[in-house]
Design a protein around this ligand. Sequence first.
Ligand code: FEO
Ligand code: CA
Ligand code: CA
Ligand code: CA
Length: 638
Amino acid sequence: MAKDFSLMEDSNRSSNPSIHSLSDPSRRRVLQGGLAAAVSGLFAPLASLAQTAPAAPMRYSGKLGFVGVSVATTDTVTVPMGYTAEVLYRWGDAVGIAGNLPAYKPDATNTAAEQAAQAGMHHDGIHYFPLESGSGGNRRGLLAMNHEYVDDGLLHTDGMRTWSAEKVAKSQAAHGVSVVEVAQTAQGWQVVRPSRYARRITAATPMRIAGPAAGHAMMRTAADPEGVRVLGTMNNCAHGFTPWGTYLTCEENFINYFAAGDNPDAHARRWGARKETPYRWAEFDERFDMTRHPNEFNRFGWVVEIDPTDPTSTPIKRTALGRAAHEGATVTTSKDGRAVVYMGEDARFEYIYKFVSRDRIRPGGAAANRDLLDHGTLYVARFDAGGRGEWIELAAGKGPLTAAAGFATQGDVVIKARQASDLLGATKMDRPEWIAVDPNTAEVYCTLTNNSERGREGRPGVDAANPRADNTFGAIIRWKEDGDTAATRFAWDHFVLAGDPANTAANKQGNIRGDVFGSPDGIWVDSRSIVWIQTDVSTSALNRGDYARTGNNMMLAADPSTGEIRRFLTGPNGCEITGVIATPDLRTMFVNIQHPGEPGSERSDPDRPTAVSTWPDGARPRSATIVIRRNDGGIIGT
Ligand code: FEO
Ligand code: CA
Ligand code: CA
Ligand code: CA
């Protein structure tokens, strides 16, 4: 998310130098040759991307078989001709817990207890778990999804004009994760209610802490002197899913929930701690007051593993994967069957991480792999000039990560992963968001959403991987590991530099081969290697300035074999498009529409809840999961 509460995280003041000096030949090319030359073209099919984007529409051969949709500023979801989008699961819809099916109240008078049994706000990362093997799995499954944050202006009848423990509890209940059973019926796809799988996980759900940080002194609090148990998860942005059937939810801008007081220490400052908290939980829930409970914030910023098939299971924070403002956690496997997890940290000038499990994935599902993510090796990425890169190990005692430097144990390393990465000379990135792995080629795509601070006085300058100052449009970087996903070296290029060819600034025109877009965020590569790209232009920038011509947030499809990017969907006013998954047969696609109606201030006026949008009900706007089908039942996108 991009907050307009002046809380956009930007706390990396490490001296960790840019390794790309002016004498670096690739940087010189960027400076002299402009954007086209910045594309390394290492990956053969995309060498042609080094050409300037075509001025006129042109035909491409390839996998994309739909008629692209136009830029739009309409308060609706638009999909290509021959497709239908229907609303499936909105904020406030009952999740489906037997005997607890509270109806949504359109005036925002639902209680905190009711909200805890309803869909949360701000749907984000999502995965579909088939409930049957074979073709039945395409018609019945579980959706696990994140509810990233809330708009308190819509959540409560009078917004934040008054404030109370009940409002804090409702806000916490509108965060977290939903697990819903969905099925294709004669009336289309529907949420199954009641369902024995239905579950809400919130910012108050008991969780276990596992891995090297469990029990660490920095994880202990008055309420949990052993440092092994914590209540809740929040700001769950993107996600991951494992080959053994579990869901990973990732804690992103957790720092925004903590009130740091006037004098946060150096550790807290490195994690962005501030006095202000837009959510105001600390006023009625003291664990979010860092002046009283300075360690509570160390218990957030983790990847949380959830078994979606067992609503009684305890979610587990997997600390071996490191602590970060985690956007997501994308899992693939190594050739010898270990889990490899890619993670971006969406904050300005933060890092990209990889975790490789010590053990191989065992057959037998979640039960057989219960502790797999507790043991392994954590790395941080350094992108070098010339399209090469290296994963640097984050291990206590290795290199500069000494006891004297504050890294006596691996617990120290994972809790202070940012500080450790600073010492290792990792590359400061332009806000890494989602990461996706092409299942056919093992190429890895990461959206670098934007970074308007890049190149500003006193802030890091451009480098090979982040080649544009005042980077308002973002890019998609791509890498391929040397030989195996567990390797420590890789080759990289830019899949695309987003932009608007009509922008008068040369470094904002980008090199898109196809439809214009900016601020890529969600990304998923399906089983055909079609790359689905979702955008999150913040509402403070949407349809003005650099984004005056790019319309509402959207989803596009890219064909890596041609480099073409074609717009597939546009969203209603004030929304972000985030979260996409399809059934295994690719005939049903689920997409999340986040925060329709969000104004440029990023908090709605409770007196005018419909000022920006009335989607999807013609009333108070509601984040929602939509279902996309081809009218002829065919495969989506081709
Ligand atoms: Fe929650 Fe980085 O987007
Ligand atoms: Ca958002
Ligand atoms: Ca974003
Ligand atoms: Ca995101």
